[in-house]
Design a protein around this ligand. Structure first.
Ligand SMILES: Cc1ncc(COP(=O)(O)O)c(C=O)c1O
Length: 396
């Protein structure tokens, strides 16, 4: 029946992270002892002080439509957060609150891209960037990086990828899937290239900002000359363990914020009213309230990196943020393990599902065909067992 559906949807790839999670759930339902490390979701509960804010909002009857761009009190709180954490000066008229950072990204693509406009994506990138850009008529231009360079794009690579059709550059730091964090010096060097191309806009996805073990964080918008060309994306899903609340937001030049409000007004209207009220409490909180979660992710990062380093043939960077590892498994390509022919990263991922009962995601989905991604947002015991199984399967 696909011929009845639009070309738009037929040309859209299914999210491979969600597809793998669904497959793992199906196998679990069949009674298999699957460890699912495919999804990017904190395993913590939403902090109590935010839950209290949710209850208060319900009791205060925040049950009607909110302004399309988000409550003014929330946009003011987001401005305070941008100033406090990122040194970014935004006015409430430059903020748009959406149904998750995913919608923020989709809005941006819809309002910025014409057919054929090129968007530079340092690879690996978050899965949805590629499809959102394509869905909006844009042309994703992948810039490959590798484990040897901590999966970071160099200024030379950026310069070489720019053409007269380049409209934007999208990236995340800390990066999903590689965990790489760009330093101020590295971002300054990229900004220097962009200085020569004033018509190129940058999407800086900072949703993992607080899950960062490097000790420093830099928003590219805080580099002199960049604020007017940067759309800063953030949200509460990851840091505040609020994935289901679905609140993301942008800080952007006012004309872009207005355009996002315009499209959102025709598609979803304002984001969930109760979740917005709770987000005021979240973004106003001192980031130190997140220390226990960040510390736990840090310990797990060390655990997982240590165990992966023990597996011959696996190459990894040391992720400085987020909660994923992105090991390069290309040394297994061309081998046969326990009767399974391994041609590519997808085969490695499917092999680990079949033989180790561990669900990971192929790096292809993130624009890197040599790697697989898995999340370490789960308990130390589960991670130890998963890594034991992976090691046994890969040293077969
Ligand atoms: C890099 C990145 N950006 C955006 C999102 C989407 O966030 P939200 O849940 O707020 O839509 C995710 C979620 O996995 C992500 O990893």
């Amino acid at each position: 029946m696909n011929h009845i559906l639009s070309d738009r949807i037929n040309n859209l790839a299914t999210s491979q992270t969600l597809a793998m999670a669904a497959l793992a759930r199906e196998l679990k339902a069949q009674g298999k002892d699957i460890i699912s490390l495919s999804l990017g979701e904190p395993d913590f509960n939403t902090p109590d002080f935010i839950k209290e804010a949710v209850k208060k909002a319900v009791d205060e009857n925040y049950s009607t439509y909110s302004p399309v761009e988000g409550y003014l009190e929330l946009r003011e709180a987001i401005c305070r957060k941008f100033k406090r954490d990122n040194g970014l000066d935004y006015k409430p008229t430059q903020i748009v609150v959406s149904t998750g950072a995913k919608q923020s990204l989709y809005n941006i693509a819809q309002v910025m891209l014409n057919d054929g406009d090129e968007v530079i994506l340092p690879a690996p990138y978050w899965v949805s960037y590629f499809e959102i850009v394509k869905l909006s008529g844009g042309v994703p231009v992948e810039v490959p990086t590798s484990v040897e360079t901590d999966f970071k794009m160099t200024p030379e690579q950026l310069e070489a990828a720019i053409t007269p059709k380049t409209k934007m550059m999208w990236f995340s730091s800390p990066c999903n899937p590689s965990g790489s964090v760009y330093s101020r010096e590295e971002l300054t060097a990229l900004a220097k290239v962009l200085e020569k191309h004033p018509n190129i806009y940058v999407v800086s996805d900072e949703i993992y900002e607080h899950i960062n073990f490097s000790g420093t964080f830099c928003s590219i918008g805080s580099i002199p000359g960049m604020l007017d060309k940067t759309i800063t994306i953030n949200g509460v899903a990851k840091a505040f363990a609020m994935t289901g609340y679905r609140i993301g937001y942008i800080g952007a030049p006012e004309f872009i914020a207005k355009a996002c409000t315009k499209i959102q007004g025709q598609v979803t209207s304002g984001a969930n009213s109760v979740a917005q009220r709770a987000t005021i409490t979240a973004v106003d909180a001192d980031p130190s309230v997140l220390n226990h979660m960040v510390q736990a992710f840090h310990t797990r990062r060390d655990l997982v990196v240590g165990l992966l380093k023990e597996i011959p043939g696996v190459k990894i960077n040391v992720p400085e943020g987020a909660f994923y590892v992105f090991p390069d498994v290309s040394s297994f390509f061309g081998k046969t393990l326990k009767g399974h022919e391994i041609k590519d990263a997808n085969d490695v991922s499917m092999y680990l599902l079949a033989e180790a009962n561990v669900a990971t995601v192929t790096g292809d989905a993130f624009g890197n065909p040599n790697c697989i991604r898995f999340s370490y947002a789960t308990s130390d015991d589960i991670l130890k067992e998963a890594l034991r199984r992976i090691k046994e399967a890969l040293t077969a």
